[in-house]
Design a protein around this ligand. Sequence first.
Ligand code: F6P
Length: 421
Amino acid sequence: MRIAFFCPHSDPLAVTGEPDAGGQCIYEARVAEQLARQGHEVRVYTRRWGGKAVRQDICDGATIFRYPMGPDGFLRKEDMGPHLAEFVEHTLFRQTTWLRHADAIHGHYWDGGASALMASLALGKPLLFTSHSLGLLKRDRVPDPTPDGSKFRYDVRIRAEKKILDAADAVIALSRTERDALMGRYGASAEKVRIVPGGVDTEAFHLCLEKTKLQRQLGFSSDYLLFTVGRLDPRKGFLELIEAIPRVVKTLRETGKTVTFLIPIGPEKPSPDESAYRDALLGRANELQVTDAIHWFHRLTDQELFQYYAAADLFLCPSPYEPFGLVLVEAFASGTPVIATPHGGPTDIVTPGVNGYLADPADPPAFAARILDALLAPENERRRMRAAAAERARTRYAWPSVASAIADVYRSIRDDAHALR
Ligand code: F6P
């Protein structure tokens, strides 16, 4: 099949630390790559900025094409709405010949969904939508702090999501929470929505049994190592995590143990928003006198990322809301159980007591209590959880099976469209 991805804000080959680059980029790159390996041809259309090449291969059979839209330089994903028609115009102008033979057009996130919708109408092609995150769910947990709503522009986003969902031939939900919201709050029909989770590269992230040895190799000498990662954004809940640290440190100290939390502080050159959040994290850690228990880090290489996951005794996901939780399956694949937010995708991924625990980061004592439960469990129990985490990643979340499930959705909407002719 020929598949077109539309994802203006999310360049699959964006470098970690680039603004608005996150799990969605990894998802697009890995799914495109796996589809190509399975014999399909994928073209990914994204916004061109920052001097990147117009055309770049992800691998043989999966290629990115970058076209301009709006002003030069970085453009926040929330501010893309007025420029999407220009993006579609550039894409259609250069790609119509290929797109005429496409089997499905797949929009990612609402900006990609809106541009994919325009292209699918222009070309009469089936439309698939993956929201990656829904405005209504995000708004519940992360209200817009600006009086005019210009930070998150939820009104524009939610209206666009509804239109895309109405027009889409099928919708991929990354979790049950998302499926329920698509149907219950956006009114999407049950037949349209299929759950296909995100995935993990089980070769790059794998079980490492010698955690203590790896911790020492990385230069960490405390008894326990806890890791969290993500872009420097209040959406990731690092401030909430810091609130839980004093209890963990105190309880462990009473048992004669020490702990180090590995927490990101974003790129060396932060944007103004990132800088404000970084100051808040550093300031709060200082006030709570827990800076000695924190190792702040900037950007990690792929190798360091795997090593941090694998060395950690626990991975922490304190997001107020997490649409799927790619980081959780990366931690699992690296043999690391998790303590994760109960809001969103993690409820599908985590089986409490088996491969981790769910705890609300908005309740720091409860979050701290779950961390302590997991750390202070008997060693055989902790070993069992590590093995269960790795097993779940391997059996449920490997990219080849995720891509096959997505290809089945393309096939079904292509066949339905043919049947209507
Ligand atoms: O833009 C970065 C990103 O993490 C995407 O990968 C993801 O789809 C999106 O943000 C989630 O956005 P929101 O903050 O709107 O939930």
